[in-house]
Design a protein around this ligand. Structure first.
Ligand code: SAM
Length: 185
């Protein structure tokens, strides 16, 4: 069994969009309790590398490295990029603490997805893929346009497992067009 129902969302996203392959290096942001990490570790296999980051501690998973940290903190992002080197896939299921106030929850979720996108720009190999959860709303279009400039294809996907929370969707971006940009480059 998996640690979270969220695991089935990544399975479905992966079946439709072929994200994680054997041997891949995968970065998973907002990874606790670890359902996506379990699925990513199965898909990447023994030759793969899977690194998960969350504000919360993540209980050990075989073959997975975990980092406890805040992805809005620049030092945490820099350390992660140094640790990983180059990734094939960057995933983000980060979500804010929900207040129930629609505009605030939307804005916070877009902010987290932006941090994930910026991380992907620092760590993702050319041709690599990026996925980020975001709550639908007025700020999504700008984020999506920014992602579209950097990837060959970008789709909005609403996995079956998340139909109930109707405002939740995933931006699925395939095939990064350029190489990572790092500070000092
Ligand atoms: N994909 C996970 C799984 O399969 O188990 C579920 C992730 S859960 C929906 C969202 C996670 O995002 C929470 O664990 C939360 O702590 C994390 N999160 C929210 N803001 C974050 C931040 N600034 N940095 C790191 N993690 C964050």
């Amino acid at each position: 069994g998996y640690r979270s129902r969220a695991a089935y969302k990544l399975k479905q996203l992966n079946e439709e969009s072929h994200l994680v392959e054997r041997g891949d290096t995968v970065v998973d942001l907002g990874a606790a309790p670890g359902g996506w990490l379990q699925v990513a570790a199965e898909l990447a296999g023994d030759e793969g590398t899977v690194v998960g980051v969350d504000l919360q501690r993540i209980k050990d998973i075989d073959g997975v490295e975990t980092v406890r940290g805040d992805m809005t903190d620049e030092d945490v992002r820099t350390d992660l990029v140094e640790r990983v080197g180059e990734a094939d896939v960057v995933l983000s299921d980060m979500a804010p603490n929900m207040t129930g106030e629609y505009n605030l929850d939307h804005a916070r979720s877009v902010h987290l997805a932006r941090q994930a996108f910026e991380t992907s720009m620092a760590v993702l190999a050319p041709g690599g893929d990026f996925v980020a959860k975001v709550f639908d709303g007025p700020d999504l279009a700008d984020l999506k346009a920014a992602v579209e400039r950097e990837f060959r294809y970008v789709r909005e996907v609403r996995p079956e497992a998340s139909r109930k929370e109707s405002s939740e969707l995933y931006l699925v971006a395939k095939r990064r067009l350029t190489a990572p940009v790092r500070e000092g480059d």
